[in-house]
Ligand binder design. Structure first.
Ligand code: NAD
Ligand code: UDX
Length: 447
């Protein structure tokens, strides 16, 4: 099948690559000319395990191509994916300008019937807007061309995106009527082999399914962070509690890891967008408001512990940070907890000496060159002469470090662990002061 994908970001590029992998002929369109040129040279704009070989293979085979020529894109595909960003507006609602711009583009150039698939995460009612936009441009062009708009939200996780797209848990398809259903089945047939993963519904339910899924997961995390804060005050260990509740299959072990707050390009913006949608309907979403408030506060947890430990005097201190990306296996820094930490440290007059396996280039791009930020090439180099070590992201290589080396390099043996990687008792025996999240009375009386 001939497929066009508008937007070559995390979602568009991964989706395009896996569609090419199963034999669809995919043309990707982006307004970012540098991105398109780089992709043609084999330079992949994001770090995502397994993505580079797929893109290289299918660009070479001709199944995957890139262009800035929107007209060529519209002409190419019988299905047209919209996979552009939907960043938060000033008030937190999803900004639909990019989605609607693509809808106008498709309507401007289409000469034959098309199925327009909304892959971006968009508020309920957006498919109606896409449909109305296309209809109005076609009316101006005095063209009566059939088209279908389908809501087909994406559930991939960064860091595991290729696998998530190759082996989706479910394929949600929201349609206005039966007409596009068969084409959608054909498109996804290669990913739908063992059992039927396709769930058809109306477009509004499909749009809400995406927000409901992300908000449910964000709720689990904020709930656990609240329990972790309580565990600290009550002298309990959240790690024991996590295992205790996770063993109940109705709760499960997934997404109940406490930490220094959730980040990324999805949870923070999607929780916010659903809050705004609710408010626009005159409804106060109390659970979502609490989820957001708990997370915003949790991102200040590590800076607060540091301020407490150094009695408010961080001026002139050097803080080593391990892990900058919002989660492991990505270079994405959007809404990363490390950003709140770094900015708080700079505000207090401290310097940051940081290491991340993939996100340092992105960190440099965001913050530029500054005296109080040193990005170093190894986790060991980050420790040199630092007053404390802080862990923001649980990259595998941080799980079993050489503690004697850490002790030797730091000015004092103190670790602030935002991801609960180590055993407090073991670190105490090794002579560390160890702050973690929700682990007994470690905050009032660090080990
Ligand atoms: P992104 O910011 O990485 O990429 C968006 C791309 O769209 C950019 O390359 C941009 O240049 C391009 N673009 C903007 N306007 C365009 C236009 N008119 N024509 C062509 N290209 C255009 O975004 P992303 O992270 O891939 O997210 C895309 C959507 O998918 C969002 O709605 C997001 O919420 C959703 N989503 C993201 C993830 C994720 O993990 N990143 C997961 C599921 C869903
Ligand atoms: C999320 C959804 O999981 C995915 O289905 C959707 O398509 C896009 O949004 P992503 O943002 O890539 O994916 O990462 P995810 O693994 O969900 O983690 C999000 C944040 O939550 C990270 O900052 C992570 O550290 C944090 N998290 C996750 C926790 O703090 N505790 C957990 O138990 C799980």
């Amino acid at each position: 099948m001939k497929v066009t994908v508008f937007g070559i970001g995390y979602v568009g590029l991964v989706q395009a690559a896996v569609l090419a992998e199963v034999g669809h002929q995919v043309l990707c369109v982006d307004v970012n000319a540098d991105r398109v040129e780089n992709l043609k040279k084999g330079i992949i704009p994001i770090y995502e395990p397994g993505l580079t070989p797929l893109v290289e293979k299918h660009f070479a085979s001709g199944y995957l191509n890139f262009t800035t020529d929107a007209q060529a894109g519209v002409e190419h595909g019988e299905v047209q994916f919209i996979a552009v960003g939907t960043p938060p507006d000033e008030d937190g609602s999803a900004d639909l300008q990019y989605v609607l711009a693509v809808a106008r583009t498709i309507a401007t150039y289409m000469q034959a019937p098309k199925v327009i698939i909304d892959k971006s995460t968009v508020p309920v009612g957006t498919a109606d807007k896409v449909k109305a936009t296309i209809a109005s441009v076609l009316a101006q062009r005095e063209q009566a061309i059939n088209f279908d708009v389908v809501s087909n939200p994406e559930f991939l996780k960064e860091g595991a995106a290729v696998n998530d797209c190759m082996r989706p848990d479910r394929i949600i398809v929201g349609t206005y009527d039966d007409r596009p259903k068969d084409l959608m089945r054909e498109l996804y047939e290669p990913f739908n082999r063992n059992h039927d993963k396709m769930i058809f519904m109306d477009v509004r339910s499909a749009e809400l399914t995406k927000y409901a899924a992300n908000c449910m997961l964000a709720t689990k995390i904020s709930f656990m962070n609240e329990m972790a804060n309580l565990a600290e005050l009550l002298g309990a260990d959240i790690e024991a509690v996590r295992k205790g509740i996770g063993s109940d299959p109705r709760i499960g072990y997934h997404f109940i890891y406490p930490g220094c707050g959730y980040g990324g390009s999805c949870f923070p913006k999607d929780v916010q967008a659903l809050i705004r949608s609710s408010e626009q309907m005159g409804y106060t979403p109390r659970v979502l408001q609490a989820v957001e408030a708990v997370n915003n506060k949790q991102k200040f947890k590590l800076p607060e512990l540091l301020k407490q430990h150094f009695a408010g005097d961080l001026a002139g201190k050097t803080i080593a940070i391990w892990g900058l990306s919002f989660k492991p296996n990505t270079d994405d820094m959007r809404e990363a907890s490390s950003r709140v930490l770094m900015e708080e440290m700079w505000h207090a007059g401290a310097k940051v000496q940081a290491y991340d396996p993939e996100a340092m280039e992105e960190t440099q791009r965001i913050y530029g060159v500054r005296d109080d930020l040193t990005l170093v090439g190894t986790k060991e180099a980050a420790l040199k002469g630092a007053d404390a070590l802080v862990i923001c992201t649980e990259w595998q290589q941080f799980r079993a470090p050489d503690f004697e080396l850490i002790k030797a390099q730091l000015k004092q043996p103190v670790i602030f662990d935002g991801r609960n990687l180590y055993e407090p008792k073991r670190l105490a025996l090794r002579g560390f002061t160890y702050y973690a999240i929700g682990r007994g009375d470690s905050v009032r009386n660090p080990a």
